[in-house]
Design a protein around this ligand. Structure first.
Ligand code: ADP
Length: 259
């Protein structure tokens, strides 16, 4: 998989959705969570997904990460269409090609920071690339805390371990779900900085769901969802420009409630 390409390849996006729809429930409980979403996430790019609560952010992330099935359309990681995979292949793809960072860190309490970082690779029976691992640990500044258990670390440090764990396997893409949701603003800024550095310096691809315009401003691009559709796409975001778009999106959906 890591063999060098012998001929120039068409550059495929790290992940993409094409006419992706997701419907939950039936009849009166039917909810169209995603309504024909088409979007590409380029390699070595940091994308934030924003939108009002219930707009489909988590659903889009779950469908694209193979954590949920799609109702129509397709989700691809690289060239691989997730729909076409059997359960076992999907598990394998998630393990080998996708990194996850969750709001709640999801570390194993009985393992040290170092053991948590290498756990997915150990489970997969993959050889740990020591040099890469050292680079990752250095990037997130955890070299002096590797023997600590999660309970002996602050929230910010635990999230750094989770970021290192996601980066360690050199996944095709990292999906981060409100990664700073449980952190104070200083620790949050640190994590967002590490995520951005991993894109700039290590070439990682990251897609992050957030509702925080400041968090989104660390990304290269912000994709906005409303009612299960992409309604805006903002390159080179700033906290102010993100907030402005969010207000416009919220205002646009207000008359529906007011009428
Ligand atoms: P967001 O992450 O933007 O808050 P979600 O993707 O969680 O939005 O939800 C989009 C819509 O889909 C909402 O109306 C939500 O209630 C609905 N939804 C999400 N998950 C489920 C589920 N498992 N069953 C039924 N409806 C769901």
């Amino acid at each position: 998989m890591t063999s060098p390409a012998t001929a120039p390849r068409a550059v495929t996006a790290a992940a993409r959705a094409t006419d992706l729809s997701k419907v939950y429930g039936e009849g009166e409980t039917r909810v169209v969570a995603l309504d024909g979403v088409t979007v590409e996430f380029q390699r070595a790019e940091y994308t934030a997904i924003m939108g009002p609560s219930g707009s489909g952010k988590s659903t889009l992330m779950h469908c694209m990460a193979g954590l949920d099935t799609v109702s129509a359309g397709s989700a691809r990681i690289g060239d691989t269409e997730l729909n076409s995979l059997k359960d076992k292949q999907l598990t394998q793809l998630r393990r080998d090609k996708i990194g996850f960072v969750f709001q709640s860190f999801n570390l194993i309490p009985t393992l040290s920071a170092a053991e948590n970082i290498t756990l997915p690779m150990n489970i997969a029976g993959r050889k740990v690339d020591r040099r890469w691992l050292d680079t990752v640990i250095e990037t997130v500044g955890m070299a002096d805390r590797l023997k600590h258990r999660p309970a002996q670390l602050s929230g910010g440090q635990q999230q750094r371990v989770a970021v290192a764990r996601a980066l360690a396997g050199q996944p095709e893409i990292i999906f981060a779900d409100e990664p700073t949701g449980n952190l104070d603003s200083r620790a949050g800024a640190e994590i967002l900085g590490f995520l951005r550095n991993s894109v700039r310096e290590l070439g990682q691809t990251i897609v992050m769901v957030t509702h925080d315009p400041v968090a989104a401003s660390y990304a290269d691009r912000v994709v906005f969802l409303a009612d299960g559709r992409i309604v805006d796409d903002l390159p080179a975001p700033t906290a102010d420009s993100v907030l402005e778009r969010m207000l416009a999106i919220t205002a646009a959906s207000t008359p529906k409630d007011a009428s």
